[in-house]
Design a protein around this ligand. Structure first.
Ligand code: HEC
Length: 258
């Protein structure tokens, strides 16, 4: 009798998602739901910042290039006047702005001629809408008049290490949960728990590569799609095995960690 009890503990045939008790299932489910919400918010944030970088709605390779590599041949103001700000001023006024910017945006000419052009065409938004550069301030015009070098090494270094540390924790907990799934091929499970760590490293590495060479932007997209798909599999399969599977099948007797 004693021996049998010991076996049931060491065999731990309850160690699989469908068989966990309600407390553990509630904990894992709450975690997955909040992480899912975080993923939705992250997507919104990416679409609103990087997604608009090329002036068009939606995320594209161009957005990644503008965000990390910039467009060293042109200033942001010139790019925008050829893009989403095209209809904001007459061709003649746009020409005045672009000429002045290409001249190095000298402050003497700002006061004499250029300020008025901005006041007539731009500041109705660019001094009232929060988050937009305020074009009543010469310094803020000057900032977007410089050639666009993309993300600075300092900001990339900061975002890189935060990203790697924080997201690794998420993948680690996701992986622990997914390791408890039953009935899946071991090779598939190994891929789903380890690939995200590989993808996140490639993702961060690709930002630096893209800063140096715009041709690497597609790596950012591929790695992002890679770990998003893995996370979606973890999310759907884990919730399914905890809440739906036990309703239709006899209790599972398998130690998924053995
Ligand atoms: C009707 C409102 C409106 C007017 C007028 C307007 N803008 Fe904008 N501008 C925006 C909005 C909204 C954005 C942010 C979305 C985007 O980048 O397209 C923006 C973004 C920009 C940016 C990019 C800022 C950054 O830090 O990324 C530049 C440069 C710019 N505008 C230049 C101009 C110039 C020059 C004019 C005048 C010729 C002008 N805008 C007139 C609304 C306006």
């Amino acid at each position: 009798m004693k021996k049998e009890e010991n076996n049931s503990v060491t065999d731990a045939t309850w160690l699989n998602l469908p068989s966990l008790n309600l407390t553990v299932k509630s904990l894992l489910t709450s975690y997955l739901l909040v992480i899912g919400l975080g993923a939705v918010l992250a997507t919104v944030q990416i679409l609103m910042t990087h997604g608009m970088a090329d002036g068009k709605v939606g995320l594209s390779v161009d957005d990644i290039v503008y965000s990390y590599h910039g467009d060293p041949a042109h200033s942001k103001i010139e790019i925008k006047l050829n893009g989403s700000m095209k209809d904001k001023a007459s061709a003649a006024d746009q020409m005045k702005i672009i000429k002045w910017v290409r001249n190095g945006a000298p402050e003497e000419q700002w006061n004499e001629q250029i300020k008025d052009v901005f006041y007539q065409n731009c500041i109705s938004c660019h001094s009232t809408i929060p988050g937009l550069p305020d074009f009543t301030q010469f310094e803020e015009v000057k900032r977007v008049a410089k050639s666009d070098k993309g993300a600075s090494a300092a900001s990339l270094a900061r975002v890189s290490h935060i990203h790697i540390f924080a997201i690794s924790f998420i993948f680690f907990f996701n992986g622990i949960i997914f390791s408890l799934t039953t009935g899946l091929k071991q090779s598939f499970k190994i891929f789903i728990v380890s690939a995200p760590f590989f993808f996140i490293s490639i993702d961060v590495f690709s930002w630096w590569l893209t800063k140096i060479d715009a041709g690497f932007a597609w790596l950012t997209i591929i790695s992002g799609v890679g770990y998003s798909l893995c996370s979606a599999v973890v999310w759907i399969v884990s919730l399914y095995q905890m809440w739906i599977l036990p309703r239709f099948a006899a209790p599972y007797k398998v130690n998924t960690w053995k």
